[in-house]
Design a protein around this ligand. Structure first.
Ligand SMILES: [Zn+2]
Length: 454
């Protein structure tokens, strides 16, 4: 029996490999998400960053006893903000400092250090929906010497910009209802070795949280590049692992013979961030970077990816090393240091919009389809995919996604209400995936199929 399906051609720019077909980009925005994105205020973002910078330093080793200076005072500041916005949530948002102890490691932690992550939890409205979404930035900052908890370390961009995005999204989303739970987190200990993120990721793993997506925002406000002098606030990087750090031997085997090295769960999230971010935020291109993080470097999402969670990093397109990890000083006429005056708050606003659109769209979508498989029991030039309905949420149908093997993003979407599809395209020449679509039109993350061999 042949099912009728509709092909929706999206984003003409993404489909350059099919030059013979004239295509128009269809931008369908959910007015409620568009409204939330519009509520993001560059002025608010600037105020949060300026306030955080006013504590002098937020180095993890700085004082937690002074109410006007150091990481402790900054933690209380973010906590007060979360408590304030929680009042608008009808009791669904709670705020806390999730305390933990960073163990002395002989490297960046001299002695055991009690500290905490500042966290707001917006509880989902559907008791059967156990999905958790996380947006994070790191509250701690550093100057040239990461062990110096005394010297000024304004950390306006690294990572005041990321924490400001978290604070602004908490403010806007607290007033709305989502079936799934969203965590807004300002972690500490990032510069000492991802300590706060590792604590949270380990806790999530131990308690078996169903984390659908983790968005780490680390430096999203610099639009002026050192050395190359490029000025660009129209592109944002999203980093994602290709080969999963946490895969089992069996998963590695399947990846090998399905050539899934560009289709990890985190890479699907990165593609989703691109598609949804560009759908809702004007004048911003989301650039997929095919690596977990910058060359030889890491970030808080790494702590989650290491434990098998779906996690990406959002980051400005170009960095400025005169501002990053530098003591505040003037040398040869150059101002060094991570100061507020170098943050482009219009850029932070757009990056925050990408986060908001992604989180809202995912949280309002059904969970991804289960047991997605590609039928390989008979050889042929057509491709048959099968799957099962999502565990939570209701799918009105599914998009079957397709792209050529040398393309970075999905090029075609076929809509079906069935839980199988037969497409006249060879699985040898294309990659496929399936996402669930809710009655409201929101799409789940895409699932790369496993082979069905029996
Ligand atoms: Zn950072």
């Amino acid at each position: 029996m042949k099912k009728i399906y509709t092909a929706i051609l999206v984003f003409a720019v993404l489909a350059t490999s099919l030059p013979s077909i004239a295509q128009t980009t269809i931008i369908k925005r959910d007015p409620e998400i568009a409204k939330m994105v519009n509520e993001i205020s560059a002025e608010n973002l600037e105020k949060y960053v300026t306030d955080m910078v006013s504590y002098g330093t937020r180095n993890t080793l700085s004082t937690q006893k002074d109410k006007d200076k150091g990481v402790g005072a900054a933690m209380q500041y973010v906590l007060r903000h979360f408590q304030e916005v929680a009042k608008t949530s009808n009791g669904r948002m709670t705020a806390e400092i999730d305390e933990f102890v960073i163990k002395a490691d002989g490297r960046r932690i001299r002695e055991d250090l009690p500290i905490g992550n500042v966290m707001a939890t917006l509880k989902g409205t559907d008791p059967n929906d156990d999905r958790v979404f996380i947006i994070s930035g790191h509250l701690d900052s550093r100057a040239s010497n990461v062990m110096n908890g005394e010297i000024a370390a304004p950390g306006a961009n690294d990572d005041g910009s990321g924490v400001a995005a978290v604070m602004e999204l908490a403010r806007i989303m607290a007033t709305r209802e989502f079936p799934a739970t969203i965590l807004f987190v300002a972690v500490t200990g990032e510069e000492q070795g991802l300590k706060g993120a590792r604590y949270l990721a380990e806790k999530a793993k131990t308690e078996n949280w169903n984390i659908t997506a983790m968005l780490n925002n680390d430096m999203i406000g610099n639009s002026s590049s050192s050395e190359t002098n490029i000025n660009d606030n129209t592109r944002l990087r999203v980093f994602s692992e290709g080969v999963p750090m946490a895969e089992t031997d069996q998963e590695a085997l399947v990846r090998g013979y399905t050539n899934g090295e560009n289709d990890s769960k985190s890479r699907q999230l990165a593609r989703y961030v691109k598609e949804i971010g560009e759908r809702y935020v004007d004048q911003l291109e989301v650039k997929l970077i095919y690596r977990n993080d910058r060359f030889l470097r890491g970030g808080d999402h790494t702590a989650f990816a290491e434990r098998g969670f779906t996690a990406v990093r959002l980051c400005e397109m170009n960095e400025n090393y005169n501002q990053q990890h530098q003591d505040v000083r003037v040398e040869n006429g150059i101002q060094y240091g991570d100061l507020v005056e170098f943050v482009d708050f219009e850029y932070v606003r757009k990056a925050s919009g990408v986060n908001l659109a992604t989180l809202a769209s995912l949280a309002m979508a059904p969970e991804q389809p289960q047991n997605v498989g590609i039928d390989v029991r008979v050889l042929g030039n057509a491709t048959t995919l099968r799957w099962e309905a999502p565990k939570t949420g209701t799918a009105k149908g599914y998009y079957v996604l397709m792209r050529e093997t040398d393309q970075s993003v999905w090029e075609k979407k076929f809509f079906t209400t069935d839980t199988m599809i037969e497409l006249p395209y060879s699985k040898d020449n294309y990659f496929f995936a399936v996402q669930a679509v809710g009655a409201n039109g929101h799409e789940s993350l895409a699932v790369f199929p496993r082979p069905i061999t029996r």
